[in-house]
Design a protein around this ligand. Structure first.
Ligand code: PEP
Ligand code: MG
Length: 757
């Protein structure tokens, strides 16, 4: 904003401030407003159109015929005024009649005016009206005038909303994109859901637009800038921004924008014009948005989102509205929108209202996705430009089965979706009917199907699915949902409740697997440094062995909770046998302690390990005699085998679970462990997919621990399988792999009546 524009706007704003503060009726205020603006901009005509019942209605004018007030109405998209509202754009025309959208309204008497400039009046990102000026002379308005007009429009939006001149429902009528839009993404968790779009980081609502004390507003912005830059610098130093994804690129752009003097100066100028800090930030952002909209370059559009992010961050700091949508609570069925999320952030949401999640990034085995799967919440990921298209409050239909989301659907689309939803519910009901059906193969082998869990709330899934037990209880989830380290007593209570709920079905408790993408703010590495490669870093058993107090407390909690019952303990990320020994020793010394204290002890303790670090496979014969069970964690195993970060969306398509490398690895593991009395299961996400489970059965897996929603589909699969046949096929393919393993298995499964997708 130039200083001339600031001065012009400032004069008008001061007068408008007085008008707004006056006790007169809303209509009288608007009448004064058009006079003030007309005079201030030396304009022959100044008119305000507001949205009422979906139509743009002339509410006040100086210069046009007064009889037209509340008579002239046009729909959004109709005429110049309608076009401005529909596209949320400014028009500046030397000759209004030459514009293709011009529509002549004789009742206004506007024929003698040639030049025309109009700006949208925006509230919550939607046009709720239009402010325009007209002149007899044919001339284009100067940039200074347009900017002053835009600033005034912001103030008007506050006046209009305070006066209740626009119905709240009307906010939904007009937007930049009014029609339905179909977006495609990567299915991360299957499922269908409908709901309102809610941003994880909500946009800030601006309460006051006109400043009482300009100097104070300037100081607030300076402070906010300092704080924001500090945050960005800290992020860069700790490299903890987001989870996976394009950290560096994003951070670099962030830093560039955060320190951009031009941006700060424009905000400062907007404050000079009389706006509050919040309004000035928003005003500059609106301006940038409008300019960028005219540039058709996808790369720039991406950068634009970064700037939006940053601008929003600045707004949040300055307004003190810091919480996420979770802290405000969800009011409707919700589809949550975010660039990326951590698992703990997702768990903060009300499960009854959270129906789906849409991410700009995201990958199949990121923990947030695993948590969502466990919650039964569909997730669609990797939709670029999402935040430019979907607005807070938009209706969304998420069909993650098909990998699409419909934004602002028409009635026809809603009906089609409902029909698909009903079908999918039927399918779910069919799976639910398998609850009491035993997963036995056609040739009579009983396959064990257990579920993965992590919270008390997950326990009802045992009965709902009819699963054989809990093959993986991720104890770190309790840590993730707590603001502080859960005390031993709290841990004991949870484990006892879980065992109570499971009854005589086994539960395998995995000791904490913190680190990687499961970050705990209250637990950091000793040296305080961030990690370059957290998935391969200080996590899981490595943390537990170093912070022995942590493991000791957990061991005590588990041993006490399992008093008089069987306790199954599993250690994550074991890389070498000594780590298993060290962890077991912690349990054994706690057991001895409880024995001395004559406390009730578990009936028996079974120790197991996860096989997720490939190195362990090379010493499995050494570890096996000490193990009661081994669980193959294919999520981590595949990321390490393929050296492909499971959280990095760019790598999501780089490997396939149905690859000879993974399946040969598992076949060899089973051969190594066969001579020992060790139960082997698969507990990674791979086991919950029909085709993948078929392959696993083919290489010899007989025990699965999977996400609850997959129990039905896997039981259905098991009952169609003939083990001898699939084993023969798999062995043949693994000895001499076909060019496309997945395609070969797909064809085979279809030909054998197992599954045809
Ligand atoms: C795995 O790595 O496969 C696994 C089950 O553990 P998590 O997903 O919790 O790392
Ligand atoms: Mg793992």
């Amino acid at each position: 904003m130039t200083s001339a524009a600031a001065a012009a706007a400032r004069t008008i704003l001061t007068r408008l401030h007085e008008v707004m503060a006056s006790r007169s009726h809303a209509q009288a205020k608007l009448n004064t407003v058009v006079e003030v603006i007309g005079e201030g901009l030396d304009s022959e005509v100044c008119s305000i159109y507001l949205l009422r019942e979906g139509m743009l209605e002339l509410f006040a004018t100086r210069g046009l015929a007064q009889e037209a007030v509340h008579v002239t109405r046009m729909s959004v998209g109709e005429g110049l005024v309608g076009t401005i509202a529909a596209n949320i754009e400014t028009l500046n025309l030397a000759e209004a009649t030459a514009h293709p959208d011009f529509s002549y309204r004789p009742e206004t008497g506007e024929e003698k005016f040639h030049s025309f400039a109009g700006v949208p009046i925006v509230r919550r990102e939607r046009a709720v009206g239009v402010l325009c000026v007209q002149h007899v002379d044919s001339r284009r308005y100067e940039e200074v005038e347009i900017e002053a007009l835009q600033t005034v429009a912001m103030v008007l939006s506050e006046l209009i909303s305070n006066a209740g001149l626009v119905d709240d429902e009307d906010y939904g009528v007009s937007s930049g994109q009014t029609g339905p839009e179909l977006l495609r993404g990567l299915t991360l968790v299957k499922g269908l859901a409908g709901g309102m779009a809610v941003y994880h980081q909500p946009r800030v609502t601006i309460e006051h637009v006109v400043a009482e004390d300009t100097e104070a507003e300037r100081q607030r912005v300076y402070h906010a800038f300092d704080k924001m830059r500090e945050q960005i610098d800290r992020m860069a130093a700790q490299a903890e921004f987001g989870v996976g994804g394009e950290h560096e690129e994003v951070l670099e752009t962030y830093k560039m924008f955060a320190y951009d003097e031009g941006w700060a100066r424009r905000i400062n100028d907007a404050i000079d014009s009389g706006l509050t800090a919040e309004a000035a930030i928003e005003r500059v952002q609106q301006h940038t948005r409008m300019r960028m909209r005219q540039i058709d370059d996808p790369l720039l559009a991406d950068r634009m989102h970064d700037l939006e992010d940053l601008s929003n961050r600045l707004l949040r700091i300055v307004s003190g509205q810091l919480g996420t949508a979770a802290s405000k609570g969800l009011r409707n069925d919700t589809i949550l929108i975010a660039r990326n999320l951590g698992p703990a952030e997702l768990l903060e949401y009300d499960r009854r209202r959270l129906k789906g999640v849409i991410l700009e990034e995201g990958s199949l085995t990121a923990h947030v996705v695993i948590v969502a799967r466990a919650m039964g919440v569909p997730v669609l990921g990797r939709i670029r430009g999402l935040r430019g298209i979907v607005r807070e409050g938009d209706r969304l239909l998420l069909d993650s089965d098909a990998g699409i989301v419909t934004v602002r659907p028409s009635q026809v689309l809603v009906e089609a979706f409902e029909a698909r939803f009903a079908k999918s519910r039927e399918r779910q009901a069919a799976y639910a009917a398998l609850r009491d059906v035993e997963p036995v193969t056609r040739d009579g082998t009983r396959i064990t199907v257990m579920i993965n869990a992590g919270l008390r709330d997950d326990m009802p899934n045992l009965n709902l699915t009819g699963a054989d037990g809990i093959g993986l209880f991720r104890t770190e989830f309790q840590f993730l949902v707590s603001a502080t380290l859960p005390q031993r007593e709290r841990q004991t209570r949870l484990y006892r409740d879980v065992l109570d709920a499971a009854g005589d079905r086994p539960v395998v408790f995995r000791t904490v697997d913190i680190g990687g993408d499961k970050v705990l703010p209250y637990l950091r590495h000793n040296d305080g440094e961030g990690e370059e490669n957290p998935a391969m870093g200080w996590r899981a058993l490595r943390v537990a062995l170093e912070r022995e107090g942590l493991l000791k407390a957990q061991a005590r909690a588990l041993l006490e909770a399992a008093g008089g019952r069987m306790l199954n303990v599993m250690f994550p990320m074991v890389s070498e046998p000594w780590e298993f020994d060290a962890a077991r020793d912690v349990f054994e010394s706690q057991l001895a302690f409880l024995k001395r204290r004559k406390k009730p002890l578990p009936k028996a303790i079974r120790y197991g390990a996860m096989l997720e670090v490939p190195a362990l496979a090379e010493q499995l014969d050494i570890l096996a005699p000490k193990l009661s069970f081994l669980s193959i964690g294919t999520n981590d195993l595949t990321q390490f085998l393929f050296a492909a970060d499971r959280s990095n969306p760019k790598l999501a398509a780089r490997y396939d679970w149905l690859s000879p490398s993974i399946l040969r690895f598992i076949r060899r593991t089973l051969a190594t462990i066969a001579p020992y009395d060790v139960e082997v299961s698969v507990c990674g996400e791979m086991g919950g997919r029909q085709l993948e489970a078929l392959a696993l059965i083919g290489v010899g897996i007989r025990r699965f621990s999977i996400t609850p929603a997959a129990v039905g589909p896997i039981k259905e699969l098991v009952r169609k399988v003939d083990i001898a046949r699939i084993s023969a096929a798999m062995n043949g393919w693994l000895d001499s792999p076909p060019p496309n393993f997945r395609a070969a298995l797909e064809d085979w499964a279809c030909a054998h009546g197992i599954t045809c997708d």
